[in-house]
Each structure stands twice: as structure tokens, then as C-alpha cells.
Ligand binder design. Structure first.
Ligand SMILES: *Cc1c(COP(=O)(O)O)cnc(C)c1O
Length: 382
């Protein structure tokens, strides 16, 4: 296994290290197999063959058809293409979009941009456990609602929403359903057919592939989802995402999907064990509390409030231990987490909370070191 560097890394929901097998798979496509897969010469077509195979492999991990996937630079771009694409394409039906207050900024800010352009958005509140109220969702769906977007797994708390139940309800009302599955794909089994999802996005760098590659699933079976293109150019990716394909990234994502499928069970078991141990030990400390549901939650994440502490100070003093305070994405401004605040956690407790997100290379020794370090730091009581 890789990861021999000096950091103890518990920030996998921000980004993951690359799996060495993924790196090995992509390297030839940076160097010898560099041709453009859109080129008609034999060289280009030989690379295109590999892209076709990769697309099949990537589609397989969510049980999609290869023609239902378009490649993007990551989840943020996929979300923009999906939400803006639906907004434009379905504007005859209406201009109302529903999402949730605990979504990633990529969703929230895309919706807010649409509000400036005359669309109406409803951001559903969540309960203190991080879950939405299904009855409230039902009430907020209107005749002019065109899209409901609810994330699969929350990146800050690990809480997952009942996606299948939500999709069924949304479809009963004749509305499209999208989910940001960036924290779910590669970690748990996802079947877009069984869950009945119209749009789903994910990202390579959250699943041991490199940064700069992601994918958007657009349902083409039965009721086809139609998006208005947001990026114009050579007409790549069915006209929805023009631009020369990121072949090394695509090959890497395919390998990451293959590895994730094969090793999902063992990773789940290994990481869950470490997370549960870390969480149990930290919650034994005085003045600590778990943020979010402990039941409806992914196995790699725990978000803990250390009452009276300043998470930023703790992070600084943890030196070679990499954890997050949930505001990494907007680190230019020090702002408390919008996710924790939406769960009713006050400003002070939000600033006192740390997110630990574990990955497959973490060891029990890593976890013991982290527990001891936090014990020392919280006992100091600055
Ligand atoms: C990381 C993340 C994103 C953004 O993904 P990028 O590929 O970095 O653009 C979106 N949603 C969730 C839930 C994430 O965790």
C-alpha cells in the first residue's frame, strides 16, 4: 500500500490520495498513449477504444449504461451542468427548484445563481440529526417544480438521506430527481436503476483517483432527461461537455471504480472499525458530542463537537494530523459550517467541531496517535 508520508491523514472527504494502481493505469496515457480520442487516425482510435472500455467500467459502478455518462472535471462542474441544464431545458414547465440547506456549496451556489436569473429555489431545512422531513419535501413540491436535488451522503457529517424513498416521492409528483453522490460512489453500492435516479454526479479525487475528473449520470432509459448544454465547443460528450477528453483522468477513474468495486466490502469493514473506535474514544472525553445522526451515516466519517474549544486552534496544534473543521471549501473567509448551523448547532459549537474522515490506508496506529493527541490538547484547556 502507498501512503508512507509524514501526515496522518483523516481528511478523505476533502480529497483522497491516489491508489498506486490507479496511477500506474493512467501513466501511459500521459506519455505514450497521448493521442486525442476524437482523432480519426489509427492512433486516436486506439486511445478511443480505451476510453470506450473505461466508460463501460465507470458506468458499471452505478449500474448505468455507458451512454448515460458524461465526463467532467469533477463534481462541481457536473452539478453546474445538471442544474443549469435542467433549469434551461424545463423552463417551459416551471422555474422552481428544491434542494436542502446542508448541500455542498456547488449545489447551493448554483441554485443561488439561478435565483438571480429569475428562478425560485426552496432550501429544505434539516432536523438536528441532519435528515430532511419527507412530509415537508412533499408539501414544498409545486406544479412548477422542475427539479429536486438531495445529496446522497453529507460530506461534513456523513449523514445519508433516504434517497430511494425521496426519489419515489419526487417521481410520483412528476418531477426530476438529482443526487450529489460524491461521498457515496466507491464507498457503497449504488444502483441508479433500483434507486430510480435521473441525475447523479461523482468525482475521482474522492475515490482514490486524481483531481480533475468526474462524471455526470443522465438517465436515458424510459423518460430521458434532457439538458440544455452549458459548455459549447467541439460537441464532445453528446454536446453537453465540449472539450478534449481528459483521457488519463478517465482511465484513472475507471481503475478507481474497478478497485473500489472489488474491495468495497473489506474497506467498509476496516474503515468502520477504525471510525467506531475513534468516535467511541473521543466521546469519552468530557464536553464532547456527536454532530448528526449516528444511525443513518456513512462508515468513514465522524463529526464531533469539543465544547469550549476552537477547532482552528486544535487543527493548528495537531501538526502532522490532517483533520477538518468543515469550512475547508471557503477557507478564504473564516465562517462556521453552514451544515452544522442548518442542524441547529449554535455558532460557538460549530466553531468547536472537527470532522474526521477516514480512508482505506489508515491504520489503528494512526487512530491511536490521533486519540492521544486530542486527549492531550483538550486537557490543556487553553
Ligand atoms: C468534494 C465534493 C464536491 C465537489 O467535488 P469536486 O470534484 O471537487 O468539484 C461536491 N459535493 C460533495 C458532496 C463533495 O464532497
Amino acid at each position: 500500500m502507498s501512503q508512507t508520508h509524514k501526515y496522518i491523514y483523516l481528511d478523505h472527504n476533502s480529497t483522497t490520495p491516489m491508489d498506486s494502481r490507479v496511477l500506474e493505469a493512467m501513466l501511459p496515457f500521459l506519455e505514450v498513449n497521448f493521442a486525442n480520442p476524437s482523432s480519426t487516425h489509427l492512433f486516436g482510435q486506439s486511445v478511443n477504444e480505451k476510453v470506450i472500455q473505461a466508460r463501460e467500467q465507470i458506468a458499471y459502478i452505478i449500474n448505468a449504461e455507458p451512454n448515460e455518462l458524461i465526463f467532467t472535471s469533477g463534481a462541481t462542474e457536473a452539478i453546474n451542468i445538471a442544474i443549469k441544464g435542467v433549469a434551461e431545458s424545463y423552463s417551459i414547465k416551471g422555474n422552481h427548484i428544491i434542494s436542502v440547506s446542508t448541500e455542498h456549496k456547488a449545489v447551493l451556489d448554483t441554485c443561488k445563481d439561478l435565483e438571480r436569473k429569475g428562478y425560485e429555489c426552496t432550501f429544505l431545512p434539516v432536523k438536528s440529526n441532519g435528515l430532511i422531513d419527507i412530509a415537508e419535501l412533499e408539501k414544498s413540491i409545486r406544479p412548477d417544480t422542475i427539479l429536486v436535488s438531495v445529496m446522497f451522503v453529507n460530506n461534513e457529517t456523513g449523514v445519508f438521506q433516504p434517497i430511494k424513498e425521496i426519489a419515489a416521492l419526487v417521481h410520483e409528483k412528476g418531477v426530476l430527481f438529482m443526487t450529489d453522490a460524491t461521498q457515496a460512489v466507491g464507498k457503497m453500492e449504488i444502483d441508479v436503476v433500483d434507486l430510480d435516479i435521473d441525475l447523479l454526479c461523482f468525482s475521482g479525487h474522492k475515490m482514490y483517483a486524481p483531481k480533475g475528473i468526474g462524471a455526470l449520470y443522465i438517465k436515458q432509459r424510459g423518460n430521458k432527461v434532457k439538458l440544455t448544454p452549458q459548455i459549447h465547443g467541439g460537441g464532445h460528450e453528446q454536446g453537453l461537455r465540449s472539450g478534449t477528453l481528459n483521457v488519463p483522468g478517465i482511465i484513472a477513474l475507471a481503475k478507481a471504480c474497478e478497485v473500489a468495486s472489488l474491495e468495497m466490502g473489506q474497506n467498509q469493514q476496516h474503515i468502520a472499525q477504525l471510525r467506531d473506535f475513534l468516535e467511541a474514544e473521543l466521546l469519552k472525553l468530557p464536553n464532547t458530542a456527536l454532530n448528526g445522526s449516528s444511525k443513518n451515516r456513512i462508515f468513514n466519517t465522524t463529526n464531533i463537537c469539543f465544547k469550549g474549544q476552537d477547532a482552528n486552534v486544535l487543527i493548528g496544534r495537531m501538526k502532522n494530523i490532517a483533520v477538518s473543521n468543515g469550512s475547508a471549501c471557503s477557507s478564504a473567509v473564516v465562517e462556521s459550517s453552514h451544515v452544522l448551523k442548518a442542524m441547529g448547532i449554535n455558532e460557538e459549537d460549530a466553531f468547536a467541531s472537527l470532522r474526521f474522515s477516514l480512508g482505506k490506508y489508515n491504520t489503528i496506529e494512526d487512530i491511536e496517535t490521533v486519540i492521544n493527541r486530542i486527549k492531550e490538547l483538550t486537557e490543556l484547556n487553553f
